[in-house]
Design a protein around this ligand. Structure first.
Ligand code: NAD
Length: 499
């Protein structure tokens, strides 16, 4: 992650920010039918930096019609897979060419440090597009062996149809492309609804989609609020699938909304992921992993390691290490060159995180470091925070905070079943982290943990080849890898009597 800050971010983005942004529907830029716009705010300053069109149900309807037409009569599903792959590759190249600008926009919009934005929003997104381009034409059906004699049978995998993609604000572009790329690779068409807090890179994505020559209607981008725009997409009777990333509470409402026409639904929701550190671990690396795992992107990460369980023999050392890192972290605007942690995304998110810390204190938690908004800055800056003396009954341990706040708790036990019970004592099941040099312990515990992802000794970051998603209330289905591509398909079985 060595991206250097662009020498002149203002010049790079000034034209884009001052433009009157519209919706991208059927290959055209159109204003919201209501004419309404909404402000886009830089979380590092609290200032309005741009305006986006506030789409509503009528705009969503137009976008769904365009996507339907592109799917049924347009060239997309019938295009040779290599043609679809070629366009996805061209889009990856376009992102790389616009890399400094896109990274700057993502940092301005979300608050994340520029080098993270550049790495995730551009390099990661190009990687994602190329990975899924590789799947175009690779999914195929099977020829099952059946018990009926004299029959010829086979299965087909077909694109599910029109996909509604609804994404959150924490990694806005990566989330959007992570849905669009597999959907397009298999021949689906898409209506994307970005988060109202961070619409800018989705608009830039639409511009690049237009630039590289995707046929009209294949990807439509409707900026706007969860209700009405997101809700209208979920309720729309002509959408075949909703792919949603966001909060568990909205995820549940999506299941209800999708019932109308029994849409397919994929959900990537929240998490409260445990970090388990054994005394034999490489403690320096474990400290670094635990700190990065909760302070990265200011804790606004669904896979954040927010429950830190440390064996009592090394509890003090690990907590001291994480506290030390919290104290040294440079918190600042994403576009300041030495920033390691940016602001929270909004005033609402700052209030939410502050509210959780207050509730922790009321319930008896000790604030070892942090716990306060950073004063003297106009943006939504929060101190990296470590809470101790926490327990399973506290809201800070049970609920997803989505901020730079970790609850440290000692484990007074060597029994793996009991440790697994503690780790699994949550409604969520997204990720989990194990630190030990004993590979027997690591892999035995990995099997006992109820989570979609287990990372041992740091594991690795996002790789699009590896399924991503959660057990329990962390969601339905998986993104990435074969599972993530198959999620945008239907299986059809065909049988023929041979006599
Ligand atoms: P959110 O659920 O409020 O919003 C997510 C998206 O849903 C936004 O685009 C929003 O406009 C839209 N939306 C809101 N209400 C809607 C409705 N009624 N119908 C349809 N769409 C609606 O979540 P958020 O605050 O934007 O993001 C934070 C949450 O997302 C956290 O809980 C976090 O864990 C979760 N998240 C999960 C993952 C994952 O991969 N599992 C990734 C990122 C974020």
């Amino acid at each position: 992650m060595n991206a250097q800050l662009s020498p002149d971010p203002t010049r790079l983005t000034a034209g884009f920010l001052s433009a009157p942004h519209k919706l991208f529907i059927n290959g055209q830029w159109v204003p919201a039918r209501s004419g309404k716009m909404f402000d886009v705010i830089n979380p590092a300053t609290g200032q309005v930096i741009a305006q986006a069109a506030a789409g509503d149900a009528s705009d969503i309807d137009a976008a769904v019609k365009a996507a339907r037409q592109a799917f049924e009569t347009g060239p997309w599903p019938s295009m040779p897979p290599s043609g679809r792959a070629k366009l996805l590759w061209k889009l990856a190249e376009a992102f790389e060419a616009a890399g400094d600008e896109v990274g700057t926009l993502e940092s301005l919009d979300n608050g994340m440090p520029y080098r993270v934005a550049r790495f995730v929003a551009v390099n990661g997104v190009a990687e994602c597009l190329r990975y899924f381009a590789g799947w175009a034409g690779k999914l195929s059906g099977e020829v099952p062996t059946v018990s009926f004699p004299n029959h010829h049978v086979y299965t087909l995998r077909e694109p599910v149809g029109v996909v509604g993609a609804i994404v959150p604000w924490n990694f806005p572009l990566a989330m959007a492309v992570g849905k669009i790329a597999p959907a397009l690779a298999v021949g689906c068409t898409v209506v994307l609804k970005p988060a109202e807090l961070t619409p800018l890179t989705a608009i830039r994505l639409a511009q690049l989609i237009e630039q590289v020559g995707f046929p009209p209607g294949v990807v439509n981008v409707v900026t706007g609020f969860g209700d009405p725009a997101g809700k209208a997409l979920v309720d729309h009777p002509d959408v075949d699938k909703i792919s949603f990333t966001g909060s568990t509470v909205v995820g549940k409402s999506i299941i209800a909304g999708a019932a109308g026409n029994l849409k397919r639904v994929s959900l990537e929701l929240g998490g409260k992921s445990p970090v388990i550190i054994f005394p034999d671990a490489d403690l320096d690396r474990a400290v670094e992993g635990a700190a990065n795992g909760i302070f990265g992107n200011a804790g606004q990460v669904c896979v954040a390691g927010s429950r830190l369980y440390v064996h009592k023999k090394v509890f003090d050392r690990i907590v001291e290490g994480v506290v030390d890192r919290a104290k040294k972290l440079k918190v600042g605007a994403g576009l300041e060159p030495d920033t390691q942690m940016g602001p929270l995304v909004s005033q609402k998110q700052l209030d939410r995180v502050s509210g959780y810390i207050a509730s922790g204190k009321e319930q008896g938690a000790e604030v070892v470091v942090g716990g306060q908004r950073i004063e003297g800055k106009s943006g939504y800056f929060m101190q990296p925070t470590v809470l101790a003396e926490t327990n399973r009954d506290m809201r800070v341990v049970r609920e997803e905070i989505f901020g730079p706040v970790v609850c440290a708790m000692p484990i007074d036990d060597d029994d793996l079943d009991r440790i697994a019970r503690i780790a699994n004592d949550t409604d969520y099941g997204l990720s989990s982290y194990i630190w030990t040099r004993d590979m027997g312990i690591a892999h035995k515990l990995a099997r006992k943990i109820k989570a979609g992802m287990v990372r041992i000794n740091g594991g690795m970051g996002i790789d699009y080849a590896l399924p991503f998603g959660g057990y329990k209330q962390s969601g339905w289905g998986r993104e990435h890898g074969r599972e993530g591509v198959e999620a945008y398909t239907e299986v059809k079985s065909i049988s023929m009597a041979l006599n």
